[in-house]
Design a protein around this ligand. Structure first.
Ligand SMILES: [Zn+2]
Length: 472
């Protein structure tokens, strides 16, 4: 048997009441609310999960997404790491002018890519600058260098190189034509020019020149014309070429390199040069012509020549003679020279031999001829053959003279005379001046003569000498 307690009954009743229609519906809606909440929770969880699954962070450079990362921290770190690495690479802090942000983005699960390519993408998209400098010439940025200090040293080097490139000169003034400054600037590392190249650009201009090989028939002028260059430009580009001595195969530079800097230097310098000595001749009446005696040897002197010159980038473009100062005087050479200058005998080796008056066999020599003393030389000739003066001189006699027949005497000075005898005719008169080789008369056989010939005498200070020693 089973019995209910009062409490049991009381409790049962509301329970039973719940089962009544109204109670019943009330229970159903509670369940629904719970279900909805549950469902919503599930949706929310799924939603959050889905949202999370499709959320990423993008590294955005100048508005362009370049890489995806899982979190903002990861993105920030990637950028920082990249810049740190670059700083390490260049040995100084790098700067980037780009705007770099890490942004949250929604992505499709399958598009989501993270990973190793980030640093590559950053290297590709982020501009990395380092602090450097630029050499500014006449307001134009010309050469990028690694630092202001390096740039200033370069400019100084160029100035020094061309204002002090000669030994023993005194610099009057030196100036750079262009306005040259070095400014600090953040620069692309790859644009930095090394020192050698920078020096070349500043002092020569162009790094490479086009070479032309001279072909047959070409002149500097035709090469200039063919290449649309001015002659001056071509000559300037080829300072070592002599336009007049161009040879086939010579290499000609076709591009005139224009330096970025022009250093003009005005300087003075001195050169010591030798100066020649003079030769003084003293006449010696007792010495035969052609004979010389050196009384004093000559010695060159020295003189200092002072110049003022202008050079542009080391090449002298102007030179002016300022003054000369004698350091040592030259010593003159003093020569005693025989003043019997019209004649030199064969024996003395002189150069002043007498010319043969006629050409012919010698028929009788000077000297003893049997008992007779022959005072001249007989030279064969036909009547009428021209007789020429053996040397220039003055006719001191032209006329008839006993055994000599028709005769001419010429005085050559310094005690020398030549006599011509047995002439058929005379073309000169006493007092005439004659030149060497001039026709003075004709061969004949006048006077004491056995046939037509010329009797020639050479007299020195009145004495007959052997003509053969004086004829050439
Ligand atoms: Zn004779």
């Amino acid at each position: 048997m089973y019995t209910f307690t009062k409490e049991q009954l009381l409790q049962k009743r509301p329970h039973q009441r719940r089962i009544s229609r109204s109670e019943k519906s009330k229970g159903k809606s509670t369940k629904r609310i719970i279900s909805v909440i549950g469902l919503l929770l599930i949706i929310l969880i799924i939603g959050v999960w889905l949202h999370k699954a499709n959320t990423a962070y993008a590294i955005v450079v100048n508005g362009q997404e370049i890489a995806l990362v899982e979190s903002r921290v990861e993105g920030d770190n990637a950028v920082k790491e990249f810049l740190d690495l670059k700083s390490e690479e260049f040995g100084r802090e790098v700067i980037t002018p780009d705007s770099i942000e890490v942004e949250q983005v929604q992505v499709n699960g399958k598009d989501k890519m993270f990973g190793a390519d980030i640093s590559e993408a950053l290297a590709e998209k982020i501009t990395v600058l380092i602090s450097g400098a630029v050499i500014v010439i006449d307001g134009e940025e010309k050469i990028i260098v690694s630092s202001k200090d390096a740039g200033e040293k370069l400019v100084k080097k160029v100035e020094d190189q061309f204002s002090n490139n000669k030994k023993d000169v005194s610099i009057i003034k030196s100036e750079v034509k262009e306005k040259v400054e070095v400014r600090e600037k953040n620069v692309l590392p790859k644009n930095i020019v090394d020192e050698g190249k920078a020096l070349q650009l500043l002092t020569v201009g162009t790094e490479k020149t086009v070479s032309h090989e001279v072909a047959s028939g070409e002149s500097l002028w035709s090469i200039a014309k063919d290449n649309n260059l001015k002659m001056e430009e071509l000559i300037a580009a080829n300072p070592s070429i002599d336009p007049d001595k161009l040879s086939i195969g010579d290499k000609i530079n076709l591009v005139k390199a224009e330096p970025m800097m022009h250093v003009t230097c005005v300087y003075e310098y001195s050169e010591v040069k030798e100066t020649p000595f003079e030769t003084q001749v003293i006449r010696d009446d007792d010495m035969l012509r052609g004979k010389e005696k050196v009384k004093q040897e000559g010695k060159k002197g020295t003189k200092e020549f002072k110049y003022r010159a202008v050079a542009v980038n080391g090449s002298e473009v102007d030179k002016q003679f300022l003054a000369g100062t004698v350091i040592t005087k030259p010593v003159p050479k003093i020569v005693e020279r025989g003043s019997k200058t019209l004649v030199a005998s064969r024996g003395s080796g002189g150069s002043g031999e007498l010319a043969w008056p006629v050409s012919g066999q010698i028929t009788s020599r000077f000297g003893y001829r049997g008992r007779e003393y022959h005072t001249g030389l007989d030279i064969d000739g036909s009547t009428g053959d021209p007789i020429r003066a053996a040397e220039g001189g003055k006719v001191i006699f032209s006329g008839w003279s006993g055994g000599y027949g028709r005769m001419i005497k010429i005085d050559h000075g310094s005690g020398l005379q030549t006599w011509y005898a047995h002439l058929s005719s005379s073309k000169v008169s006493t007092g005439d001046k004659v030149t060497r080789g001039e026709v003075i008369g004709a061969v004949g056989s006048t006077g004491r003569s056995t046939g037509s010939h010329l009797h020639l005498e050479v007299r020195i200070n009145g004495s007959a000498v052997n003509p053969l020693r004086y004829l050439n």
